[in-house]
Design a protein around this ligand. Structure first.
Ligand SMILES: Cc1cc2nc3c(=O)[nH]c(=O)nc-3n(C[C@H](O)[C@H](O)[C@H](O)COP(=O)(O)OP(=O)(O)OC[C@H]3O[C@@H](n4cnc5c(N)ncnc54)[C@H](O)[C@@H]3O)c2cc1C
Length: 289
């Protein structure tokens, strides 16, 4: 398949990129790694008349300021996956990254592209929601931050307005006494998830004091589990009742059957993945003490 015709523009910097995107409106699209956009164009599911190449923009840094980890939109999956600071503070996010596709895709694909593409079973949107991240966007009108939970509106639909460019994602730094994990099942290694579940737990001594749980595969966007999160608070790290937490989440979600799996199978997966994610996060918490 070949894409429909388009004009290519190489943006020199952020100002140039948002000016071009404002000029082209609905007819223009930024291109970063092209790992999702090019297949969509080849299948004619996307037909931009103008492609704005953003790869020359200075959006390649990972910064820590004590309160926030900020990852530039063009940072490639492979790059932040090899950063020891990310691994130390964000183990669930790090787990999630390793489930993305294959090495070549992780080498070319960018965090900004993955978030903007908003595939409902992609790992990074779920990880962003799990960590209460904010998406930083820029346009001719200035800059704004959008909470991840508000950014992903439906499958492949985000809160981005025409002319807006994602420039970074900011993750609040977790408490020092925290641990996390992200578990996934797909048809084959490297496939998008049939279901995945992430857990981040804070603890005081040997007791869970705060929990965040997310899953994808159950809805058009990744969803948090407030009831399960509340259930886990106060549980001991050594016996967190993870199986019960999984049963609760499985009973709450309402996945749809599709060509990969039935709704019942996905519900069972979400229960089991919740158990594994919580138990792994607890084991990591105990190891770190
Ligand atoms: C075979 C295969 C398997 C894959 N498996 C997985 C997987 O298991 N899990 C997973 O999560 N992903 C998977 N991917 C997708 C991959 O992670 C992509 O890297 C990612 O989805 C998009 O990143 P990109 O930089 O290539 O974006 P592009 O393809 O360049 O762009 C994707 C979309 O985002 C927009 N965009 C890009 N950058 C910005 C920006 N800064 N601001 C606003 N809009 C922007 C584009 O206009 C386009 O609409 C797979 C891809 C392939 C080809």
């Amino acid at each position: 398949m070949r894409p429909s015709s388009f004009e290519y523009h190489k943006a020199a910097d952020i100002e140039d990129a948002v000016r071009l995107l404002a000029e082209f409106g609905d007819e223009g699209r930024p291109i970063a790694g092209g790992q999702s956009l090019v297949p969509m164009m080849n299948l004619r599911l996307a037909r931009p008349s103008h492609l704005v190449d953003i790869n020359a923009l200075a959006l390649n840094d990972i910064e820590f300021d004590g309160n926030v980890m900020r990852i530039g939109a063009l940072v490639r999956h492979e790059y932040y996956a090899s950063d020891s600071r990310v691994a130390k503070h964000f183990p669930a996010f790090m787990d999630a990254v390793h489930w993305i596709g294959h090495p070549t895709i992780r080498r070319h694909g960018s965090i900004g592209g993955s978030l903007s593409h908003a595939d409902p079973t992609a790992e990074l949107p779920a990880a962003a929601i799990l960590h209460d991240a904010s998406i930083v966007v820029r346009s001719m009108n200035g800059e704004r931050r959008i909470a991840a939970v508000d950014f992903f509106e439906s499958a492949y639909v985000t809160a981005l307005e025409p002319g807006e460019l994602v420039i970074a994602v900011e993750f609040p730094m977790p408490s020092a006494a925290s641990a996390g994990s992200f578990m996934e099942i797909g048809e084959r290694r490297g496939d998008f998830a049939t279901a995945s579940v992430g857990a981040v737990l804070e603890f005081d001594g040997a007791t869970i004091t705060k929990a965040a749980i997310v899953c994808c595969g159950a809805d058009l966007v990744a969803i948090r589990a407030p009831d399960v999160e509340a259930f886990l608070v106060g549980k001991p790290l050594k016996a967190p009742q993870a199986a019960e937490a999984g049963q609760m989440f499985a009973a709450e979600v309402q996945p749809s059957s599709d060509h990969v799996a039935s709704a019942d199978y996905k519900r069972a997966l979400i229960g089991e993945l919740t158990r594994r994610a919580v138990e792994t996060a607890c084991a990591r918490a105990l190891e770190s003490k």
